[in-house]
Design a protein around this ligand. Sequence first.
Ligand SMILES: *[C@@H]1O[C@H](CO)[C@@H](O)[C@H](O)[C@H]1NC(C)=O
Ligand SMILES: *[C@@H]1O[C@H](CO)[C@@H](O)[C@H](O)[C@H]1NC(C)=O
Ligand SMILES: *[C@@H]1O[C@H](CO)[C@@H](O)[C@H](O)[C@H]1NC(C)=O
Ligand SMILES: *[C@@H]1O[C@H](CO)[C@@H](O)[C@H](O)[C@H]1NC(C)=O
Ligand SMILES: *[C@@H]1O[C@H](CO)[C@@H](O)[C@H](O)[C@H]1NC(C)=O
Ligand SMILES: *[C@@H]1O[C@H](CO)[C@@H](O)[C@H](O)[C@H]1NC(C)=O
Ligand SMILES: *[C@@H]1O[C@H](CO)[C@@H](O)[C@H](O)[C@H]1NC(C)=O
Ligand SMILES: *[C@@H]1O[C@H](CO)[C@@H](O)[C@H](O)[C@H]1NC(C)=O
Ligand SMILES: *[C@@H]1O[C@H](CO)[C@@H](O)[C@H](O)[C@H]1NC(C)=O
Ligand SMILES: CC(=O)N[C@H]1CO[C@H](CO)[C@@H](O)[C@@H]1O
Length: 511
Amino acid sequence: MFSTKHICLYFAILSTLWKENQSIHESRITLSNTNLRFSPGNYPGQILSTFIDENNLLMSCVKICNQNILCRIFDINGVLPNQCRIFQGDINLHGTIISSSINNSQVGVIQFSNDLYAAYGQPCSSTLPEDRYLVCGGNFTWTCPQNTYWNPTISMCSAQSPILGSTCQQNLSMCRADLTFTCLQFNQCGPLSLSMGTTIASSTTQIANSPTTGLNYPYSIIVNKTTDNSIIVANSGGSQVIRLYDYNITTNNVSLVAQTWSGGNYLGLPFGIAIDPNQRSNLYVSDYNKHCVIKFTSMQVTTPMPSVVVGICGTSGTGTNALNTPGEIAIDSNGTLYIADSSNNRILKWKPGNPNGTIIAGSNVAGSNSFSLYTPRGVFLDENNSYIYVSDSNNHRIQRFSLFGGYPNNGTTVAGGNGQGASNNKLNTPFAVYVSTKTKALYIADSVNHRIQRWSQGAQSGVTMIGDPSGSSGNSATMLSSPYGIALNDDETFLYIADTGNHRIQRVQLI
Ligand SMILES: *[C@@H]1O[C@H](CO)[C@@H](O)[C@H](O)[C@H]1NC(C)=O
Ligand SMILES: *[C@@H]1O[C@H](CO)[C@@H](O)[C@H](O)[C@H]1NC(C)=O
Ligand SMILES: *[C@@H]1O[C@H](CO)[C@@H](O)[C@H](O)[C@H]1NC(C)=O
Ligand SMILES: *[C@@H]1O[C@H](CO)[C@@H](O)[C@H](O)[C@H]1NC(C)=O
Ligand SMILES: *[C@@H]1O[C@H](CO)[C@@H](O)[C@H](O)[C@H]1NC(C)=O
Ligand SMILES: *[C@@H]1O[C@H](CO)[C@@H](O)[C@H](O)[C@H]1NC(C)=O
Ligand SMILES: *[C@@H]1O[C@H](CO)[C@@H](O)[C@H](O)[C@H]1NC(C)=O
Ligand SMILES: *[C@@H]1O[C@H](CO)[C@@H](O)[C@H](O)[C@H]1NC(C)=O
Ligand SMILES: *[C@@H]1O[C@H](CO)[C@@H](O)[C@H](O)[C@H]1NC(C)=O
Ligand SMILES: CC(=O)N[C@H]1CO[C@H](CO)[C@@H](O)[C@@H]1O
């Protein structure tokens, strides 16, 4: 970027137009202050050439840049004395200007204005001289040179992005095709492989000490965000909780965490899972079929015995001492549980040791106004424990409630809320919601649309990270079937998906 917090820049326009004998590549250059150099966002993708000149470095660097139609930026003395480096890319978007330890270092930038592009789209002949701004295309119209695209907003050819993950628009060629980048369906530049998931566990995965093999309708997924980085999965159809590692897909490295324990106790349909942040070996599991939440201590299945901490196992109810088909659960920094009490259309808050919970959102009556919920399935607490995000499934929306909002607690719709559907401003029966710590974007398991949507904070619509944007199901690498659970890993480089209907856990790389 031109301006950073630390460096104040004053560019002086070079008074001369640097003209070659053959004027085809002439351009106007601005030069930065001294002690600065260019730091490209993608060095191998942007560097065009370097050379040393001990006599007339600036002049020869400008000349070399002008002769190369791709050159848009150069620096002199940037990293080595007497060295010129020339780059392609956009100075504002594809790198930064940073300080250099060499005193007489400077950055040069080619200047552009839309009068230079006045001939764009008009007929040309291959015998007409080209300039550095437009080339005569195969169909004999003036068109943008390679690695640039026509930017209608500014009526100029802009540099295509060499930066993995940079923002792009579907109807413009904003990404560097020579780097195999395209504008992916979620509006970021990258290779097509990023639209594909990698299966890290499936219906054939062996689970140590399990009476059954493989995944069977996994409902939810969490990452134990410690050095451990294990992935814990409610393998709901198998009535068990399992743990696996994602180290380059080491198969047969899946262990059973919970299934049955003494006294004939067993998990019915485990749905939500949460790790106590103050005692990370404590795991809470909600049992959808048995209407309760069970605490497993130190991952020991028999000693001490798992204990029922919320609800009456085996009996549903509407009082604050009971649950009715609980979905996902979350836990705050004080160890207080928040439960999506789905058939009671409410979010229940449960302090450890208390016999009863308190309703913090919704009521026992389904509704669609700001303080009502209709079958909430997923809950997510933000990092500061200020807000709880709720997948208000049958209202096809994500609601955000303050944890200190009083009662009735009025929620704000932060995604969906435009009815049931597959258009990009709608959701269809969302299950899990996860909010990025880094970008504050929401990731939503949009289950009946068989896709994972990302909504930026404040956005009116979402983009599809994986799955069919128009809502069909499938079992290929790019598709999903009824995804119920999602989690990001600690550094938010991967998105893990419980691809419930396909009985598998998919990993998607985030950029
Ligand atoms: C760079 O400038 C500083 C301060 O003006 C000076 O002390 C130093 O000798 C200079 N270094 C070079 C290599 O010119
Ligand atoms: C000519 O080619 C350019 C790019 O190659 C394209 O944008 C333009 O639409 C084409 N024009 C016609 C008339 O085909
Ligand atoms: C390209 O898409 C953007 C965003 O979807 C839209 O605002 C713009 O009008 C479109 N431009 C053209 C030329 O279709
Ligand atoms: C599973 O993988 C983790 C990480 O590589 C390793 O520490 C652990 O020992 C493995 N467990 C088994 C049972 O192979
Ligand atoms: C999470 O990781 C920590 C650190 O490795 C470990 O002590 C704890 O038992 C793990 N918790 C679960 C529920 O796997
Ligand atoms: C807990 O809830 C039950 C059922 O609604 C009620 O009868 C009981 O009084 C409550 N207990 C407390 C301590 O609030
Ligand atoms: C949480 O608090 C930190 C520090 O005050 C702040 O930087 C961050 O943006 C907050 N996160 C959210 C989600 O509000
Ligand atoms: C956790 O406990 C502290 C101290 O009692 C309190 O200030 C804070 O609000 C609590 N956090 C939540 C999310 O309730
Ligand atoms: C929520 O909205 C309702 C209806 O507008 C209002 O009666 C209630 O007081 C609001 N709740 C809070 C805590 O402000
Ligand atoms: C996805 C992933 O975890 N890849 C790792 C595979 O193993 C190599 C070597 O240990 C790592 O460098 C990768 O990050």
